[in-house]
Design a protein around this ligand. Structure first.
Ligand code: NAI
Length: 630
C-alpha cells in the first residue's frame, strides 16, 4: 500500500461508544443493588487520577480491586463491546481492511476485550497496543502487567516512542492521553473525536475536530465508504419542531441547529446561506427571495400538513426537494371526530354551559346514543377510512361516499352518490381534500337532502361548507348539532378575534383548527419528515415529495449513484448517457422521472471511473443540481 501515514486510534469512547470499565461494572453487578454505587466510585477514582491525585496505575489497581473481574466477565465484555463500535467506524469497515498495515489501536485497557473487537475490522494483532491481565487458576484477575508502559501515566506517549513508526502519525481520540502523544511531539496531528463524547478542553487542543470517522477520512482525502461526511451537512430546524426530529438527524451524523421560533424573510435570507436542510412548520414563509440566498439548500422538510407557506415552484426551479407529513395526524383527527359525535348527540356542551350559568337542566330530551346510528363519511381517504373503523367499533352503521374507487373497510357500505349518503345519514362527517372544486360541497341544496335533526362534522377544510347555509340549517332545526374545526377564514394568530356567523348558535362546537393538534401527531411528524429527508440525502429517493417527481430507489450496493436534477427540456437523458458512453462507463441501473418543471435522473455506475465524467455531467446545459452518492 502506497501510504506513508500511520493512524493511531484510541479505543474507549472512540473506537467504541463506551468506556469498557463502565460496561464491565454493568456486567459484573448486573441486577445487584450496589451497581450504581460501584459505578460512582469508579468514576470518582478516574477523576482523581485525571486531577493528578492518584497515578494512573494506582487508579487502575483501585478500579480492578472494586470490580474483581474474572475471565468470564471479560469475555462477556468483549461480546458486548462488539455491539458498541462507533457508527462511523462500522460504516468504514472496508477502510480498516484496506489500510491494515497503517492502523494502530492504542488503549490503557486490556487485550482480552479489545482484540476480539478490533480484529474483526482487520486490525493486526501486533498493531493493537494494550495491556494484559494476570489470572489465577479460577480465572480471577490477580493483577496486570506493570512492566507495560500503558499501565502508567504517559503510557501512550511511551508506547508510541518505543514503536518508532517511520512516517506521519495521526492520532484520533477523545481524551487527554491521546492529545498527549501529539503534545510530546510524537504525532503530526491530533484529531479530537466527538461522535461519542465532547470534551471542550480536548477540542480546544485538537488540530481538527472530527465528529465522525467520515470527517477524518474526508479531511485526509481517504473517503471511500461515503461521498460526503454528514457532519458537514447543516440542518436548521425552526419553530420548535418536536425534539425527536433533531435526535434522529443527529444520530445519522448531521449537524443540527434548532430554534424555537420562525424567522423573518430578512433573517432567513442570512441564516440559510450555509444550510443544506431546512425544517419549518406553518409560520416560516419560504419565498423566492429566501431561496435565492439558499445556495447549499437541498431539501425543505415541512413538519406539518400544508405547504402553502413555501413557494414550491421556486423551490423546484432551484432543485430543492420539499417533503411534508400529510398523514401523521390522521388518528388525532379521527379521535376528535368520535368525541364530537358523542358530545353532540348528548348536547353535552350546551348542558355544561348552562351548568356554568347555574342552570340544572336534567332531561333525556334530544339525547341519543351513537350506537346503531348511521354515520355517513364523505371522503374515504386516510381520515375517513380510519373513522370508519373506529365508528364501527362503537356499534355505528357506516356509509361512505368518495369520488374515487375505495374499498369498504369492515362492514361499511359504499354509497353511489353524495345525495344517497346525505339522505340516509344520522351523522355526516366531511373528510374530503381541499381541492378547489370542493368549495361549498355542502350548501343549501345538500342540506335539503339531509335528514331532519342531522349532526354535521367538518374537520376537513374551511371552504367545503357554505357557512351561511349551515347557519340557516341550524336555525331551522334541520341540523341538530355541528362541530366545525375549519373555517373559510381563520385568524392568523391567537391575538386575532375569531369572527363567524356560527358564534352563539345552539349545540355548535367551534374549535380553532386543532383536529390534528396533539403531542402524538407532533411526534409522528417529527419522525416521518426526517425519514424522508434521510432517504433523499442518503439514497436520492423522492418518495412522497411534494414538488419532485416521486422515485423510490433501491439501496446503493457496490456502485456510485449519480443524481442529476435538470430543467425538463428534451434530450437531457440522452446527453447524460452520451457522456457516460464516451467514458465507457458501465451503467448498473438507471431511473428517470419528470414532472412539468424538472427531470430527475438517477444513474448507478460501477465504482471505478474517470472523475472527469463528473465535471462533464455537471456541465450539461439545463442542469440544476448534480451530486454523487456512495
Ligand atoms: P386524503 O387525501 O387521504 O382523503 C381525501 C379523500 O377525499 C380522497 O379519498 C378523495 O378521493 C376524496 N374526495 C375528494 N373530493 C371528494 C368529493 N367531492 N366527494 C367525495 N370524496 C372526495 O386526505 P385525509 O388525510 O384523509 O384528510 C382529509 C381532510 O382532512 C383534508 O381536507 C385535510 O386537509 C383535512 N385535515 C384536517 C386536519 C385538522 O386539523 N382539522 C388535520 C389533518 C387533515
Amino acid at each position: 500500500m502506497d501510504f506513508n501515514k500511520f493512524i493511531v486510534i484510541d479505543f474507549d469512547s472512540t473506537f467504541t461508544k463506551v468506556e469498557a470499565l463502565d460496561l464491565l461494572a454493568d456486567i459484573i453487578y448486573d441486577g445487584q443493588p450496589e451497581k450504581e454505587s460501584i459505578k460512582k466510585q469508579i468514576t470518582e477514582i478516574t477523576n482523581q487520577a485525571m486531577e493528578g491525585h492518584l497515578s494512573f496505575r494506582q487508579a487502575l489497581e483501585k478500579r480492578i480491586a472494586l470490580l474483581k473481574p474474572n475471565k468470564k466477565h471479560l469475555e462477556q465484555l468483549a461480546v458486548r463491546l462488539k455491539y458498541q463500535v462507533s457508527e462511523s467506524f462500522k460504516r468504514n469497515r472496508e477502510f480498516f481492511h484496506k489500510y491494515a498495515d497503517n492502523i494502530y489501536v492504542i488503549s490503557n485497557g486490556f487485550h482480552i476485550f479489545i482484540d476480539p473487537v478490533v480484529m474483526e475490522f482487520g486490525i493486526k494483532p501486533e498493531n493493537i497496543l494494550a495491556n494484559r491481565f494476570f489470572f489465577d487458576d479460577q480465572g480471577n484477575v490477580t493483577g496486570f502487567d506493570t512492566s507495560n508502559p500503558l499501565s502508567d501515566n504517559h503510557g501512550k506517549v511511551e508506547q508510541l516512542k518505543r514503536l518508532n513508526l517511520p512516517g506521519d502519525i495521526y492520532v484520533i481520540g477523545d481524551g487527554y492521553t491521546d492529545y498527549e502523544i501529539k503534545a510530546a511531539g510524537l504525532a503530526n496531528k491530533f484529531f479530537a473525536f466527538t461522535e461519542n463524547v465532547e470534551r471542550n478542553a480536548i477540542m480546544e487542543k485538537a488540530d481538527h475536530i472530527t465528529p465522525s470517522f467520515d470527517e477524518f477520512l474526508y479531511l485526509n482525502k481517504l473517503n471511500t465508504a461515503i461521498s460526503y461526511p454528514k457532519n458537514r451537512i447543516h440542518v436548521l430546524l425552526l419553530e420548535n419542531i418536536h425534539p425527536v426530529a433533531a435526535q434522529i438527524l443527529r444520530a445519522d451524523g448531521f449537524t443540527v441547529e434548532t430554534l424555537p421560533t420562525a424567522l423573518t424573510e430578512e433573517e432567513l435570507c442570512e441564516r440559510i446561506r450555509n444550510v443544506s436542510v431546512l425544517g419549518i412548520r406553518s409560520k416560516t414563509q419560504i419565498t423566492e427571495r429566501v431561496l435565492q440566498h439558499a445556495n447549499r439548500l437541498m431539501v425543505i422538510g415541512a413538519f406539518c400538513i400544508g405547504t402553502n407557506q413555501i413557494d414550491l415552484k421556486a423551490a423546484t426551479r432551484k432543485g430543492v426537494a420539499v417533503f411534508n407529513a400529510p398523514y401523521s395526524n390522521t388518528r388525532s383527527v379521527v379521535e376528535m371526530a368520535v368525541a364530537e359525535m358523542i358530545v353532540l348527540m348528548r348536547k353535552l356542551f350546551d348542558k355544561s354551559n348552562k351548568m356554568h350559568r347555574g342552570i340544572w337542566d336534567k332531561s333525556a330530551e334530544g339525547s341519543y346514543e351513537v350506537r346503531g346510528k348511521r354515520l355517513g363519511i364523505v371522503g374515504y381517504g386516510s381520515i375517513g377510512s380510519q373513522l370508519s373503523v373506529l365508528a364501527e367499533a362503537l356499534g355505528m352503521k357506516v356509509y361512505y361516499y368518495d369520488i374515487e374507487e375505495k374499498l369498504a373497510l369492515g362492514n361499511a357500505t359504499k354509497c353511489k352518490s353524495l345525495k344517497e349518503l346525505l339522505e340516509l345519514s344520522d351523522i355526516v362527517s366531511l373528510h374530503v381534500d381541499g381541492r378547489e372544486s370542493n368549495t361549498h360541497l355542502i350548501g343549501e341544496r345538500e342540506f335539503s337532502w339531509m335528514r331532519n335533526g342531522v349532526i354535521l362534522l367538518n374537520l376537513s377544510r374551511g371552504h367545503i361548507v357554505d357557512i351561511h347555509a349551515l347557519k340557516k340549517a341550524i336555525e331551522t332545526g334541520k341540523v341538530a348539532g355541528c362541530a366545525i374545526d375549519v373555517f373559510p377564514y381563520e385568524p392568523v394568530n391567537n391575538n386575532e378575534e375569531f369572527i363567524s356567523e356560527l358564534r352563539g348558535l345552539p349545540n355548535t362546537i367551534l374549535t380553532p383548527h386543532i383536529g390534528g393538534s396533539t403531542r402524538e401527531a407532533q411526534e409522528n411528524i417529527g419522525q416521518f419528515v426526517p425519514a424522508r429527508i434521510q432517504d433523499y440525502i442518503n439514497t436520492g429517493s423522492t418518495s412522497s415529495s411534494v414538488n419532485f417527481p416521486n422515485l423510490a430507489l433501491p439501496t446503493l450496493e457496490n456502485a456510485h449513484r449519480l443524481i442529476h436534477i435538470h430543467e425538463n427540456v428534451p434530450g437531457i437523458l440522452a446527453r447524460i448517457n452520451q457522456v457516460l458512453a464516451s467514458h465507457n462507463i458501465n451503467i448498473v441501473g438507471q431511473y428517470l422521472k419528470t414532472n412539468e418543471q424538472i427531470g430527475y435522473v438517477i444513474t448507478d455506475i460501477d465504482k471505478e471511473y474517470n472523475k472527469e465524467v463528473i465535471r462533464e455531467l455537471r456541465g450539461i446545459e439545463h442542469t440544476i443540481k448534480f451530486r454523487v452518492l456512495y
